[in-house]
Design a protein around this ligand. Sequence first.
Ligand SMILES: Nc1ncnc2c1ncn2[C@@H]1O[C@H](COP(=O)(O)OP(=O)(O)OP(=O)(O)O)[C@@H](O)[C@H]1O
Ligand SMILES: [Mg+2]
Length: 267
Amino acid sequence: MTDNSTTRSTRGELVLSLRSVSKHFGAVSALTDIELDVHAGEVVALVGDNGAGKSTLVKVLAGVHQPSTGTITFGGKEVTLSNPAAALDLGIATVFQDLALCENLDVVANIYLGRELNPLRLDEVAMEVKAWTLLNELSARIPSVRDVVASLSGGQRQTVAIARSLLLDPKLIMLDEPTAALGVAQTAEVLNLIERVRDRGHAVIMISHNMEDVRAVADRIVVLRLGRNNGVFYPDSSNQELVAAITGATENAVSRRAGRRQAEQSA
Ligand SMILES: Nc1ncnc2c1ncn2[C@@H]1O[C@H](COP(=O)(O)OP(=O)(O)OP(=O)(O)O)[C@@H](O)[C@H]1O
Ligand SMILES: [Mg+2]
């Protein structure tokens, strides 16, 4: 489905760097001393069990939460992401899991929601052309940009949300569970889309619980466990290693089963 071997070596400059980032909610430590580097033209998968801190990390980078301690360097400068608009202005775009699309509006309107070219006099033609161009560049399969979002499939909606996040040409795009609600063919399409976004030179952070998807598209796999870094892996790492890092146990039912499955597959 995806051939990563040709694109893996093209990663560019360091876009994002986190050092000792922690986030406490009262007595709860959601993140402790997180270190993370992301380069242009690279997909980094963020994986971990429920409550590992993935969404909190994405929200810190999206300007939704302020870190309790630590530094965030973006585009070579130390930054404070005080609110979502500040993060977006700097070039950090986020596709949240619920996508936040408007069902009753068409594709063009959704891509431009709140960012109309001329808010006083909507330039429908220019917006339609730009939306079409963007979707074409992504080789997105949307029948018509005048279709309302309510009529689109899950994969097509994800595509619209990703296109929307690319409108301001961000350096970094973060996707929270982009394939969680999708079938096999739609998942493949969205993974291809993520590769094309990476190949345009954007840095991508993708949260996923699906190890197959992660392996198919990620250049590096960063594991969080109980709010801490718990290893960096590559797509050729074994399921057993990955599951062990995620669950914090080398010998448990989950990793034994994953190991058996892998042994069966390679037999
Ligand atoms: N606003 C908040 N107030 C208090 N605690 C929070 C808040 N947001 C997250 N937490 C806590 O921080 C920890 C990490 O949560 P987070 O949502 O980041 O995990 P996650 O890795 O995204 O999990 P999941 O896979 O279930 O989405 C959890 O213990 C959670 O209860
Ligand atoms: Mg989450």
